[in-house]
Write a protein that binds this ligand. Structure first.
Ligand code: NAD
Length: 363
């Protein structure tokens, strides 16, 4: 087994990361990178992604970008956490083995608690349970709710709260009855979001490249299916990207008719300039990492041993931060994405003043 620190100063995505290590284990075939971006507010918690990266460079860029994003997300959610991420280079459908996750657990343990892992794309709760055999620094295993460790329903809940706040702020509608929402992607998060929207009386349209997921939403929830290539341009009040990143780009932005963009997907803006353009057009963009923090909040309390009331309360409190972002953006005539970044930086560049329990209290 080999673990070595990397000097990545030459990478464009390098953002004064505190530590990046490369881990190789010949016996299991594990090749992974772990990046710790910033630990001012607490240990760096972030998922362990497994993906068939084209090459090592692509994995390096991904781990740098994702770990930085976790610092911003947790700071804005007022969690006593820093930002980190791990990536395993490999195909999760072919290359996984118990030995690989045992080795990953050893590497994480060697970082002495500076980095705490959790499930992410390509990894699952059972994988985290194997990692946990070698280190205590793995979260997302002990369920505080009926969701069995899966944070998606809580992510959907937080997105619902934030979407409702945005509709109230921007459209002056106190509840969602009759509000028209287009949900792009009805997988784990999008499905639960669509359900809550329907329960709140919204008129919901959905699109997904996976026909089975569309059928499930239509059959279970009575929502309307729309074509994948038209969902962003529907005549609705809210466009809710809940699929992959980059939903707001040069091709889609000109066609947007919604007045609010609020969804769970990570990295929705192809660039910050697209956030500025949304602002210029009078469209309220709810910053992705501010509205989709329900999952990390859920995992945080799983690790700390809180109950689901704690999770729910904490998630509900994120609406106050969103309101602050919306107000600042309006007062200063700036895009919400730039205001959110600035607010997060204000929070994580100072020593921890978070009201949340610290991870040192974790069991
Ligand atoms: P998922 O894979 O379960 O669902 C994504 C869905 O989007 C799938 O049904 C997929 O078929 C569909 N899709 C992909 N490309 C599409 C396209 N071009 N048009 C329409 N549909 C498309 O993933 P998820 O866990 O629901 O996560 C959704 C998004 O939210 C991701 O961007 C993820 O990074 C982000 N997110 C998830 C969580 C969580 O707790 N799961 C937390 C924070 C952020």
């Amino acid at each position: 087994m080999e673990i070595r620190s990397l000097d990545l100063g030459a990478y464009a995505d390098f953002d004064a990361h505190e530590r990046v290590v490369e881990c190789r284990d010949g016996a299991s075939g594990l090749h992974a990178l772990i990046a710790i971006h910033n630990t001012n507010l607490g240990p760096a918690l972030g998922g362990c992604r497994m993906w068939p990266y084209a090459d090592r460079e692509e994995a390096v860029r991904d781990v740098l970008r994702l770990s930085r994003g976790m610092t911003y997300k947790s700071a804005l959610a007022r969690l006593a956490l820093g930002g980190g991420k791990a990536v395993i280079i490999g195909n999760p459908h072919q290359d996984k083995s118990r030995e690989m996750f045992l080795a990953m657990g050893k590497f994480i343990d060697a970082l002495g608690g500076e980095y705490i892992t959790a499930e992410d794309s390509g990894t699952s709760v059972p994988d985290m349970q194997v990692i946990r055999e070698r280190t205590a620094h793995a979260a997302g295993i002990s369920a505080v709710s009926e969701h069995g460790g899966d944070p998606s329903p809580t992510t959907a809940f937080g997105t619902f709260i934030g979407l409702r706040k945005a509709v109230d702020f921007h459209l002056g509608r106190r509840d969602l009855a009759g509000v028209r929402v287009a949900v792009q992607g009805v997988g784990n998060v999008g499905y639960h979001l669509a359900r809550q929207l329907v329960e709140a009386g919204a008129e919901v349209h959905v699109a997904d490249i996976h026909a089975g997921n569309v059928d499930r939403a239509v059959d279970d929830l009575g929502v309307t299916a729309v074509p994948v290539d038209q969902v962003h341009a529907l005549d609705v009040d809210v466009f809710s990207p809940c699929a992959m990143g980059g939903a707001i780009n040069d091709q889609t932005l000109p066609g947007l008719r919604a007045k609010v963009v609020a969804g769970a997907a990570n990295n929705q803006l192809a660039s910050a300039g697209h956030g500025d353009e949304l602002h210029r057009r009078g469209i309220l963009y709810v910053p992705d990492y501010a509205v989709n923090a329900g999952g990390i909040i859920d995992i945080y309390y799983q690790h700390c041993g809180g109950n689901y009331d704690d999770v729910r309360q904490h998630v509900e409190s994120t609406a106050d931060t969103l309101l602050e972002v919306f107000r600042r953006a309006r007062e200063e005539n700036r895009s919400t994405c730039r205001v959110a970044d600035e607010l997060a930086e204000e929070r994580f560049s100072r020593p921890n003043s978070s009201p949340a329990p610290s991870l040192s209290e974790a069991g």
